[in-house]
Design a protein around this ligand. Structure first.
Ligand SMILES: *Cc1c(COP(=O)(O)O)cnc(C)c1O
Length: 457
């Protein structure tokens, strides 16, 4: 066959489509047609380069691979064995069972903005505000898309077009491209930087001639140590009052009331309000342990201005997250925080964790996987309490190929994400459901026999 005969021998799209019933059922006719065209084009180029004419099955396989490359896999559950509790890359806070059930209830029609008693329109915000206020002592509250949105809304509503005074020590970047100066720009407020990176004094906040607000932020994910100074919230509240502007405090992590232990240094919303902040902002999916959300707490007139700002409509929560947040807040209010996974993991009993780790190591050893108990520093994560550590037992897997093993654990279903540091692979059960321990053992043991005979004792 010469080249032109070969090209004519390439299978036609209609003939190929007739053999693709399964692919069409999975991805739709248009997608499969496009993929087949791309595969035939590739085959034509290859034939012109001297390659043999592919069979129809070859072309269909190439089309299927093309679709796989273009279709990102669905979100899938992951076993988090890193010990990082609020792991931003793994979806931050895992929801409580009650919150998951509430989400499911809200997936169909629900009374989101409907008053069942009167048959009239009801209030979407009214469902959350009393809970948010009771949980913190705030006079008024509002929930929006995330903490970044809460900040944009507060700045736009309370200081749009005017100056917002911020310490140079707090011009922060938080993971995922949250850069304070950029957020500020998006809100229409003008940034007035005061003080220096390490020291800002109360007197520095007299800068600016058209102030709309004073903003202070909790340095969630870093600490400036050494020769440092920053006025307290109470001092800033005094200055803001004298200048006749609100003090906005971005608390970050979403601790509603003060806690001890690893969170002793985290600012609580209730304390910040008592200290004189006019508006306090935080995330819903860090220490609060709920869905992604941004919460605003504070004086009624100010919250009302935020609520009436046009951006509030653009940043509002959908029914699924309202359901999850409501259920999570109810747990906090019922003193059932141990049912909120983030809190259960933060306060995991060291002895109980130790027994699980001992059992894991024993099961692994029995199945020929060398492992030992080590002490690790778990971390709250999510930019909360950067100094805090949660020392506890974990299992170190003895292997010469920690990265290869970690890659394999991620590539199978369900993916297991472990911690690899300094050439060692650690499985930290603090962030693992106890019902998943056996799965971890099975997966480590299976791969160990197949692929790491060199590391067997
Ligand atoms: C995490 C954090 C944010 C961003 O929160 P999102 O809910 O992810 O938008 C903002 N400010 C502070 C201080 C934070 O810690």
């Amino acid at each position: 066959m010469d080249r032109s005969q070969q090209l004519r021998a390439l299978p036609g799209i209609d003939r190929l489509l007739a053999r693709c019933a399964d692919l069409i059922a999975a991805h739709g006719r248009a997608t499969v047609t496009d993929a087949l065209r791309a595969a035939v084009d590739d085959a034509r180029t290859a034939v012109l380069d001297g390659a043999p004419v592919p069979t129809p099955d070859d072309v269909i396989a190439a089309a299927a691979a093309h679709i796989d490359r273009r279709r990102p896999p669905r979100l899938q559950p992951v076993i988090n064995a890193t010990g990082v509790i609020v792991h931003t890359n793994l979806g931050r806070a895992p929801l409580a069972d009650a919150a998951r059930a509430a989400v499911l209830d809200a997936t169909g029609y629900c009374d989101l903005e409907y008053d069942l008693a009167s048959g009239r329109r009801g209030s979407r915000v009214g469902r959350l505000e009393p809970l948010l206020c009771d949980a913190t002592g705030a006079p008024a509250a509002l929930a929006v898309n995330n903490a970044a949105a809460a900040l944009v809304l507060a700045l736009a509503a309370l200081a749009g077009g005017r100056e917002v005074i911020v310490s140079r020590g707090e011009l922060i970047e938080i993971g995922g491209s949250f850069r304070l100066p950029d957020i500020m720009g998006a809100s229409g407020a003008r940034l007035i930087e005061v003080g220096t990176t390490n020291r800002t004094r109360a007197g520095d906040y007299v800068a600016g001639d058209d102030p709309g607000a004073i903003l202070t932020l909790h340095p969630s994910n870093y600490r400036i140590v050494g020769f440092v100074a920053q006025p307290t919230l109470t001092e800033l509240a005094g200055i803001a009052a004298r200048r006749g502007v609100p003090l906005i405090f971005d608390a970050g992590s979403g601790l509603l009331r003060p806690a001890g232990g690893a969170l002793a240094d985290e600012p609580a919303v209730s304390t910040a309000l008592d200290d004189g902040a006019d508006i306090v902002l935080c995330s819903g999916d860090k220490l609060l342990g709920g869905p992604q959300a941004g919460l605003l707490f504070g004086r009624r007139a100010l919250i009302e201005r935020c609520r009436r700002h046009p951006l509030a409509r653009a940043l509002r929560l959908d029914k699924l997250r309202i359901a999850a947040l409501q259920a999570t807040l109810e747990l906090h209010l019922r003193d059932a925080r141990h049912e909120v996974p983030v809190w259960a993991m933060l306060s995991a009993d060291r002895e109980a964790l130790g027994r699980r780790v001992d059992r894991l190591v024993a099961m692994l050893t029995e199945r020929g996987v060398p492992a030992e108990v080590v002490t690790v520093d778990g971390v709250p994560g999510g930019g909360a309490a950067p100094d805090a550590t949660l020392p506890g037992p974990a299992a170190r897997i003895v292997t010469d190929h920690p990265d290869a093993l970690a890659t394999r654990l991620r590539s199978e279903r369900p993916p297991i994400v472990v911690r690899v540091a300094d050439g060692t692979l650690v499985v930290d059960l603090r962030t693992v459901e106890s019902s998943e321990d056996e799965e971890i053992v099975a997966r480590l043991a299976a791969g160990h026999q197949d692929r790491h005979p060199d590391t067997q004792p």
